[in-house]
Design a protein around this ligand. Sequence first.
Ligand SMILES: [Fe+2]
Length: 407
Amino acid sequence: MNTAPLTPDFIPHEWRPVASAELIDDFVRVAWADGAVFDAYSLWLAENADGYGLEPMTRESMLEPRDLPSPADLSAATIDGDGALALDWSDGRRVRIHPGWLRYIADDAHLPASALPVQTMWTAADFSEPPTIDGSQILDDDDVLDEWIATLVQYGLCRLADTPTDLDFVGRLIRHVGPIRDTNFGPIWSVQLKPNPDSTAYTGLNLGQHTDLPTREVPPGFQFLHCVENTVLGGWSRMSDGWAVVEAIRSEHPGAYEALTTLEWVFMNRAKDAEHRWIGPIIDHGGRRQPLTLRAFYPVRSAPHMDRSDVPRAYESLRVFAEMARDPRFQVVYPFRPGDLVGFDNRRILHGRDGFESGGARHLRGCYADHDDFHSRLRVLRRDRTHQQSSTKASNTRPITSHEVPA
Ligand SMILES: [Fe+2]
């Protein structure tokens, strides 16, 4: 067999021989023995071909669009003896295309949702505590790491139990996955009582259900809280799936839903050395490809940014949101034990805590990360194991943002 042509990625594609190839109106129609058919445009093939546009070290395309050939320059499309697609160009060059890579594209396995679990809505009827995994070996066992990230993506919430309780563990774990999302609170921060707090998180106050950092254009995707010490009475955590809360508001309080999704507020953080601002609705369904973003952190909601006549109903909708977010139907309520590390989707999951007295010590170490880096890590973990199993259209996955678009 000839050497397999390079592909425009670093994925070890299975060899999936092409059964037929036909040049039709500047597209190459390739078909496989199982009936799958894919139309590949000539210039797209040129960009991605080993021996044409593909730069072999980086696997990126090096052809500027103005340097692309004419579609008519593709003179023939055939199959070589190994089942690779062979393309002849008018300048005399012949390139081969990896048939497994073509099949990977044909199967939509290159789409962002591929290899990621489907998001699942949950309520208190589904869990009494967060989905929990033994975290004692997570830095050494990729199967545990896979399960943890997959659970985070699926439910937006996962607790690791029995992790080390040193102050640096959460940083080691998140850096094991990807970059930490730094903020003006620092890359890793401690949630504990502070004498001069710059956030209500650093007091013993009750914290209503919220998401962090609505003052940012793109709030952090995931938040992690690692309990290194806890001897206080109270301070239990409360989590609810904001997706479920939003859907309940939509069906039970349509007027409030309309106000929460359309009326905008200015958000501004309160810090002596930072001044982040953003404008948006409380429930932000975003654009077509953007995930649901809840901006529910009332301590930094600055001012209504709406017509005067809308302000009273905007406030009434806030009350509805807060009451629904606190509704026992949706909440799991649980204590933090030393060694617990709770991760959650900061744009989807509403989190809060009960107040606590200052009689003991409560110390959480926290940090943020972006969705992208967790998704990337999971894809790479699964690259060798699962992507080739989906030889048909990815029927077991759907875009992870599919729930954000109102029906
Ligand atoms: Fe928070």
